[in-house]
Ligand binder design. Sequence first.
Ligand code: G1P
Ligand code: ZN
Length: 545
Amino acid sequence: MPITTVPTTPFPDQRPGTSGLRKKTAVFRQPRYLENFLQAIFDTLEPSARALLVIGGDGRFYNREAVQIVLRMAAANGVERVLVGRGGLLSTPAASHLIRAHGAGGGIVLSASHNPGGPNGDFGVKFNGANGGPAAEHVTEAIFKRSRELERYRIFDGGADVDIDRIGAARLGEMQIEIVDPVTDYADLMERLFDFEALRALLGGGEFRLRYDAMHAITGPYAAEIIERRLGAPKGSVVNAVPLPDFGGGHPDPNLTYAHELVEAMRGPAAPDFGAAADGDGDRNMILGRDFFVTPSDSLAVLAANARIVPAFAGGLAGVARSMPTSRAVDRVARRLGIPCYETPTGWKFFGNLLDAGRITICGEESFGTGSNHVREKDGLWAILFWLNVLAVRRQPVADVVRSHWRDYGRDLYTRHDYEALDGSAARELIAALRTALPSLPGRARGTRTVRLADDFRYVDPVDGSESTRQGIRIVFDDEARIVYRLSGTGTEGATLRVYIERPESDPAKQNEDAQSALADLVRAADEIAGIRARTGRTHPDVVT
Ligand code: G1P
Ligand code: ZN
């Protein structure tokens, strides 16, 4: 086989973050950069992953070239067989499903998720394990460690590029390649989980109107197949459906700031009944009703409370989990259902063990991530179909479903403020100063409140006992109001400070207040406690959700 061993030297910055290695596209395109990281993955692969590996990406700029490099290096590193999404495309949840459905030992997913794409945008590489989920921390650490000592990488350089646009079998040296339709298996899975008959009656009935915004990212073809073709929603229900390498110049992050086109379309009496969007690689979701935004934390709680409506969960839930900064709304649902609720650090990888061990069925994060045991990634379209299934049975507007949930369980007024592209050392100093101040905070009064607890979140995985420290500063007051600070682990430019602010409100008369004004005093407290203005020079967050 024409395999070349290419001498290389390590890049010092290949430590995977919250979700794989994410860098500016230009960083990935410099000679040897992608190759080095891939070699570090191949060097740490379990034998089962050598037998079968799933490969695909979110279609962003450089995806096609990168897939060819992955294939050539896989062939040179003794991988026996690979499954590749046609065109090099696979949404993150679809990749997770393919790994599980075909018993693959793992997968390489090319994506920078919701970050913008293009030559000046971002690119990313993520390794998933045999359970279909993002590699656990000890694996990503092993990959990082290997990347620091690399002296060579191996690449197959014989023959032409693989034709990744034709379904069917191909070969590269000894390695068998199967190009598969990226949508079919995933759409079939959704059909098994949800009540497609009820959904057809809702979406094809002519009364209910839906707008799904694919943001020119990977879920366009998935949503067109499932929502329009299989469920009969009128053509045009899925908008921005054609995936583009630069996402049409947009920022494929489904939140109130970046999905403003959808937010606008959901305003006023003529707006559709239901609006939804997913992100660049299809694992995030945003849910909107007419003139109504469902916070991801509320969405998780509402879905948990209504889970039995959905065929897949008719038997009930084993347990639920949320990341620490996610509001505590789902905790109260779990309490009422009499099931456990786990609090994990930020990042989907922490749900993997709980899902594998059957301790939880549904989980979610405040960052527009919701999912279940059907795959080991968060899943945007799944959450949207879940909501539609609930609406198809309850026949109520989105806003009514959420408001009645609040009345029943109480509401968590919630907001997240992001300060992006901060000077890295200023941001790190801010967190370090908070850490130092932690012991002095409990008992301290602030307006009408007193600090009850102040710590740096530490998690011990109940399944394997592994410990993760320094997962975010929590300040909880005596009325259960809470402020959380952490630095993003996915940003590619400077540092991003995330501040999560919330308080529970059990009085139905006060539950319809606007979150920003209802939380204004806590927002001020968050600034004063951490010295955000003073330390960063910023007077306003860049993104408010
Ligand atoms: C962000 C979100 C986190 C999510 C991750 C990957 O990470 O906050 O919940 O799991 O993206 O989608 P962060 O940038 O905060 O580290
Ligand atoms: Zn994503």
